[in-house]
Write a protein of this length. Structure first.
Length: 124
């Protein structure tokens, strides 16, 4: 009977040890999976931080380019206004050639002296 009790005790102990080993294996497996998940999260966070830094640099570059373009556009508008103003001044100074041509055509086509003198006063 004693041997039987020892045998039962041994089987129970072996069964418990097998269960303990199984649970330890499962625990290690879960711990490894947890560690892999944590490692992936850390890597993803680092990637996100790098991506954020890259995007911040890109935003800064685009902002600088935008400000440069605004400044260039402002300069071009000023130059355009100055050119238009110069052309308007030049236009005012120049003689209207079509009008002058019509006056000269009238002058040469008329034989009336009064009309010719009036046309000369218009020209000068």
């Amino acid at each position: 009977m004693r041997d039987e009790l020892i045998e039962i005790f041994n089987r129970m102990a072996i069964g418990l040890l097998k269960k303990l080993l199984t649970h330890e294996g499962q625990l290690r497996k879960q711990e490894n999976e947890w560690q892999a998940t944590v490692d992936k999260l850390i890597e993803a966070q680092q990637d996100s931080a790098q991506e954020r830094d890259r995007l911040e640099e890109r935003i800064q570059t685009i902002s600088q380019d935008f400000n440069n373009l605004k400044s260039h556009n402002y300069n071009l508008q000023n130059q355009n206004q100055e050119t238009v103003q110069q052309l308007d001044e030049e236009k005012e100074k120049n003689v209207d050639t079509l009008h002058l041509k019509n006056i000269m055509a009238s002058y040469f086509s008329t034989s009336n002296e009064n009309e010719q003198q009036t046309l000369m006063r218009v020209v000068f």
